[in-house]
Design a protein around this ligand. Structure first.
Ligand code: FAD
Length: 391
């Protein structure tokens, strides 16, 4: 007898055969897509495949800002996108957050709508003035979307509350919120498994064959997995399977301090067009960013940390955020985002049976569940004329 791997009848019948939809990637988009599919059509056999033991991209490695954008970020967006597109993005972020809160529940993901501040130094006076001009126009537009009256406001009087050094101005965003990213993803994962979705971790997809009736996926398992439809939710890694897509990997690095005796930071904070962001994690501070120091070097699949960016983050802590405090840096990590020339997700068919739902940029917490819902709707349209193997 040859000694190749043999699946049991049970393994084949339960996990490997008759998959209606296979979702590649168990980040927020992949799991949201799978969940929406199963909720809409419980008879569908939905399988999620994930290359890591835990998700290895961004969904369990981010900062947990439930945000629709600081003024500095919106200003930067207006410099490269038409006004209508910028407003549509704000609206989608808001709608996505509403959907995430409804799906997961505020308590389950420790959602806190504490608001947020954007910091400006004296050397950023020109940008601050531009932000004030933008605020006049943007507040009524955002009010139409969110119902919040004057969400952005000048908050210079708050400067002394935080003890920041060298900060000339603060702008408040009332609609900013923060979540416990781990609890959000854990709840989503459990919702998926309770709904009957199977999730196979530590299995990576390396290619596929198109067939008339569906797709055969080449995986690290000793078997090809067949599915009628496939959703690619691999975000920053999308080009490893589909090199034609406009998605670049973008490494993002963060650090977390030791617990502070008293933490002046409460809420979400942005600095330098959103290139730096920090928040409280109980008595600790989580700080991330500085990708703009080395955009080329940070265009990488590697999740190694770099000396220059970690040093810059530490410097910002020491010189601006908590200049007079004793602490150490206790944790550091990096995640992989997916960005492109256009700051919008890609939701498009890349084969007769393969849908891509990728390129969430730095806003996947906000839009991920909405993109998952849209992806599921596209697949459901396509399955409407297909015979489904009932579970
Ligand atoms: C440090 C950091 C801070 C961030 N902060 C925020 C924030 O505060 N607010 C916000 O809205 N967004 C933030 N983001 C962005 C946000 O986390 C992402 O946009 C979002 O998580 C993307 O979700 P996703 O499901 O599309 O991708 P991912 O979470 O990256 O999921 C893709 C999954 O696909 C898997 N995969 C890839 N290739 C394969 C393969 N060949 N076979 C099998 N599996 C595969 C990966 O392992 C990964 O788990 C941040 C990101 C980072 C890294």
């Amino acid at each position: 007898m040859d000694q190749k791997h043999r699946w049991s009848f049970w393994e084949q019948n339960t996990w490997l055969e008759n998959t209606d939809v296979c979702v590649i990637g168990s980040g927020i988009v992949g799991l949201s897509t799978a969940y929406r599919l199963k909720k809409a059509r419980p008879e569908l056999k939905v399988l999620v495949i994930e290359k890591g033991v835990l998700p290895e991209g961004a969904s369990t490695r981010n900062a947990g800002f439930a945000c629709f954008g600081s003024l500095g970020e919106v200003l930067a967006d207006l410099g490269r996108m038409p006004v209508e597109q910028v407003l549509r993005l704000i609206s989608r972020r808001w709608e996505g957050l509403r959907m995430l809160r409804e799906l997961i529940g505020d308590d389950a993901m420790q959602y806190e709508g504490l608001g947020g501040f954007e910091l400006f130094t004296a050397s950023q006076e020109a940008e601050y003035i531009q932000c004030l001009e933008l605020m006049e126009w943007l507040n009524p537009e955002v009010e139409k979307i969110t119902g919040w009256s004057k969400p952005y406001r000048i908050a210079d009087e708050k400067r002394s509350d935080f003890g920041f050094k060298g900060i000339s101005h603060l702008i408040w965003n009332a609609a900013e919120g923060q979540i416990h990213t781990g609890k959000m993803m854990d709840t989503l994962h459990r919702k998926c498994t309770s709904a009957g979705i199977r999730i196979l971790s530590s299995v990576s997809v390396s290619g596929w064959d198109d067939h008339k009736q569906g797709v055969s996926l080449h995986t690290s398992l000793p078997a090809k997995l067949k599915a009628r439809k496939v959703v690619v939710a691999t975000n920053g890694f999308a080009r490893q399977l589909f090199p034609q897509l406009d998605v670049q990997p973008a490494r993002a690095q963060v650090l977390v301090t030791s617990p502070l005796e008293s933490n002046p930071v409460r809420g979400c904070f942005h600095y330098d067009q959103g290139y730096y962001y920090f928040r409280d994690l109980g008595k600790r501070i989580l700080l991330g960013g500085a990708r703009n120091l080395d955009p080329q070097g940070e265009t990488t699949y590697s999740q190694d940390l770099t000396e220059s960016i970690q040093h810059k983050l530490e410097e910002l802590l020491r010189t601006v955020i908590i200049p007079d405090m004793d602490y150490t840096v206790e944790m550091r990590w990096a995640g992989t985002m997916g960005i492109g020339n256009v700051k919008e997700p890609i939701l498009e068919m890349v084969g007769e049976h393969i849908l891509c739902a990728v390129r969430m940029g730095g806003m996947g917490v906000a839009i991920g569940s909405l993109v998952g819902k849209d992806a599921a709707a596209r697949i459901l349209e396509q399955l409407s004329d297909t015979i489904i193997h009932s579970e």
